[in-house]
Design a protein around this ligand. Structure first.
Ligand code: NAD
Ligand code: UGA
Length: 470
């Protein structure tokens, strides 16, 4: 029986390994983590992450060929293939602070692998890492190897949160990069054999190590760039009377462009787009390519612009002040169908409103009040550095922020509603009921284009939708 161990039981390690275990009953898969709380969650009824379809997959294989454990050393030592799926956040201090990837977790995982390994291993980069990381990892392993032989592969993950299980079941592609040596090719084949249990051959791409590492950063940069492109056009739509939904539809009909990923929004969020683009920018700068770095940096600038543009629109529409006014915030997660709030645009929007002294009442079906208060207490880039994660204390900010049990409670006595996540339930709310319970004029600022603008105007709302005629 092939044994797989995955270091890191997060949003990637957990679902990815669960699907491998489901599709490959002959392989034993153990997911290990230093966080006892996370592992306890994976072994409980309430999994530590919310992902549609995940419960079902875990229920089918946990205890059969899928295990979650904090016994990191034992399971890494026993494995034939070790996936490393630890977090790779943006550095917050030192060389490259605010841009470069922080590889502390990766390096400590690599050193631990070297310490505990007594048999040859394939080490797979699952985390998103800078180009050439495999070379650094190889050095750490080889110099501490004590005769154990390693092959390093790059196998970046392309799943999106909220659709992780369906993305893993039917991936657009699986990418495996390895050394172009007989041993490297054998390692690539061993990993390919795992995925081949359910992924068609033509969807498994094999490349050299550096192409695989760079493809992941490039793919995220291209995706984020599409959103910044449509968001930039949304500002022009508002200025001219064009409708961004119509423009995106017309543009996306061109088969060379395609219709997906062209929804204008309050800005993209999530743990990866910004981090990976900053990482790309830093790499370009390090290789003496400032023009290329500048090109990609603009994608983030437009995203920041879109978030602050939204806040400015709210405040300026409400007679240039929101001080003391209750604003209902519907949705705090960075997208629907996840409870993840890392880099969610809702943090920036709420901070902007709070800065103008608004009283904010937040409702999100998957995000807790503790999470919101931690997020609002954090500085930029702090979210993945747990030492900073102190919940919001009894400060002015805490007095300005409340959680609501549903959208109606959030909107009661509010002056405005801001929709910041595109949860399906926000499409079918009883907006008349909300309108009746609000101060007048009642404003709606739709950061996700989920409401029917004409209907809401009929009810009496003053409506602002991203990229729509005012
Ligand atoms: P995460 O923070 O949810 O999970 C990482 C886990 O690694 C944590 O539970 C942490 O405790 C654990 N960990 C850190 N150091 C460890 C060590 N030395 N030993 C054992 N466990 C350790 O992160 P994530 O969202 O799963 O992302 C992981 C990587 O995958 C990142 O590089 C990210 O860029 C990439 N990625 C993420 C997504 C996504 O949708 N979240 C998608 C594709 C790629
Ligand atoms: C993204 C990529 O889609 C994955 O392929 C990649 O594996 C992952 O990053 C990663 O490396 O972490 P994810 O961040 O989970 O996945 O979710 P997306 O669906 O890409 O959405 C990211 C952000 O963009 C969200 O805030 C979403 O609301 C926003 N978005 C997305 C838009 O504003 N408009 C769109 O048209 C699409």
């Amino acid at each position: 029986m092939v044994k797989i161990c995955c270091i890191g039981a997060g949003y990637v390690g957990g679902p990815t390994m669960a699907v491998i275990a489901l599709k490959c009953p002959a392989i034993e898969v153990v997911v290990v983590d230093i966080s006892e709380q996370r592992i306890a969650g994976w072994n409980s009824k309430r999994l530590p992450i919310y992902e549609p379809g995940l419960d079902d997959v875990v229920r089918q294989c946990r205890g059969r060929n899928l295990f979650f454990s904090t016994e990191v050393h034992r399971h890494v030592g026993d494995a034939d293939i070790v996936f490393v799926s630890v977090n790779t956040p943006t550095k917050t201090c030192g060389l490259g602070a605010g841009k470069a990837a922080d590889l502390t977790y990766w390096e400590s995982a690599a050193r631990m692998i070297a310490d505990v390994s007594r048999s040859d291993k394939i080490v797979v980069e699952k985390s998103t890492v800078p180009v050439k990381t495999a070379e650094a990892i190889e050095k750490i392993l080889v110099h501490n190897g004590r005769g154990v032989r390693y092959q390093i592969l790059s196998n970046p993950e392309f799943l999106a949160e909220g659709t992780a299980i369906q993305d893993l079941f039917a991936p657009d592609r699986v990418l495996i990069g390895g050394r172009e040596t007989p041993e490297g090719r054998a390692a690539v084949k061993a990993l390919k054999d795992v995925y081949a249990q359910w992924v068609p051959d033509e969807r498994i791409i094999t490349t050299n190590l550096w192409s695989a590492e760079l493809s992941k950063l490039a793919a995220n940069a291209f995706l984020a760039q599409r959103i910044s492109s449509v968001n930039a056009i949304s500002a022009l739509c508002e200025a001219t009377g064009a409708d961004v939904t119509q423009v995106a539809h017309s543009v996306g009909k061109d088969a060379r462009i395609g219709p997906r990923f062209l929804s204008a929004s309050v800005g993209f969020g999530g743990s990866c787009f910004q981090k990976d683009i900053l990482n790309l920018v830093y790499i370009c700068e390090c290789y003496g390519l400032p023009e290329v770095a500048g090109y990609w940096r603009e994608v983030i600038r437009i995203n920041d612009y879109q978030k602050s543009r939204f806040v400015n629109r709210v405040v300026s529409s409400m007679f240039n002040t929101v001080a003391g006014k209750k604003v209902a915030v519907l949705g705090f997660a960075f997208k629907k169908d996840t409870g993840d709030t890392r880099e969610t645009p809702a943090i920036d929007v709420c901070k902007g409103l709070l800065g103008d002294k608004a009283v904010v009442s937040i409702y999100d079906p998957q995000v807790t009040g503790e999470q919101v208060s931690r997020d609002l207490a954090m500085n930029k880039f702090d979210w993945d550095h747990p030492r900073h994660l102190q919940p919001l204390s009894d400060t002015d900010l805490a007095k300005q922020v409340g959680m609501a049990a549903d959208a109606y409670e959030a909107a009661r006595d509010a002056h405005a509603v801001c929709i910041l996540t595109e949860w399906d339930e926000f499409r079918s709310l009883d907006y008349k009921r909300m309108f009746d319970a609000m101060h007048k004029p009642a404003f709606i600022f739709d950061g996700r284009n989920v409401v029917d603008v004409a209907k809401l105007r009929e009810i009496g709302f003053v409506v602002y939708s991203i990229g729509k005629p005012l």
